[in-house]
Design a protein around this ligand. Sequence first.
Ligand code: 76R
Length: 249
Amino acid sequence: MNEAAITLDGWYALHEFRSMDWASWKLVSSEERQAAVEEFITYLDKLNEADVAKTGAHAFYAIVGQKADFMIMTLRETMDELQELEAEFNKLAIADFTIPTYSYVSVVELSNYLAGDSDEDPYQNAHVRARLYPELPRSKYVCFYPMDKRRQGNDNWYMLPMEERKGLMRSHGMIGRGYAGKVKQIITGSVGFDDHEWGVTLFADDVLQFKKLVYEMRFDEVSARYGEFGSFFVGNLLDNEKLVKFLTV
Ligand code: 76R
C-alpha cells in the first residue's frame, strides 16, 4: 500500500542568496550608485505590493557570515512568477554588483500526519489557507536551512509505516508548539524541485530562539534519528533605511 503522506501545497517559494561585489560597487560614481539603490528600492516596493494585496509575500534580510550578504525570499501563486521576479532582479543595475551564492526552490507544504478526519475541503479552510498562503512577518531575524529525512539502513523514514510516522510527528509538533509566539516556521517541500527534501524558514525577534528550537529538536527522534541538514543561513531584517546604510560605501 502506498503510505505517502498527503501534502497540501500552497505558494511556490524562492530563496535567493547573493553576495555584494564591493570592489566593483566602490568604483561606480556616487550618482550611479544612488540611482541603482533607488531602482532596487522600487523593485522591493513592488514586491511589497503583492504582500499587501495578499497575492504573494516576500522577506528581505542581510545574511551574517560569508555564505551571502543578503537573501530575498519570494512566495507566489506560480513557479512562473518566481522566475519572472528573478529575471527582473537580474536586470536591475544593482544585480551587476552581486554574486549569486545559493538559491532554493520549493513550495509551502502542510502534511496530513496530524490532520483530523473531516470531509471538508482543506483548501477552503481559513486556518489551512493562512498557512498555505502565509504572510511573512517583519521579524528582526530569519533562519533558513534545507533538510532531508534519512534513508539509510535501519534508519529509513520512508520505510516506516504511516502510524509510526504519525506518532513521531506528533512528538515533533509538541516541541514546536513550545515555541508558539516566539518562532514562526514555514516548511516548504522541495522533492523534485531542489537538492534537499524541505526548506525550513524560521522567523523570530530573538535570534537565540533559533538555536534553542533547533537544539531541542535534535533530541527528538524525528530529528535525532532521521534529520539530515544542509547549510544554515541566519540574517537580520533589512528595511529601506538599513538597506541604504548597507549599500553606502
Ligand atoms: O500540522 C502542523 O504543521 C503541525 C505539526 C507539524 C508538522 C506536520 C510541525 C510542527 N512540523 C511538521 C512537519 Mn515542523 N519543523 C521542522 C524543523 O531542525 C530540525 O530538527 C527540523 C526543522 C523545525 C525547526 C520545525 C519547527 N516539520 C515538518 C516537516 C515535514 C515532515 C514530513 O512531511 O515528513 C519538516 C521537515 C519539519 C521540520 N514544526 C512544527 C516546527 C514548529 C515550531 C512546529 C509547531 C508549529 C505550531 O504548532 O504552530
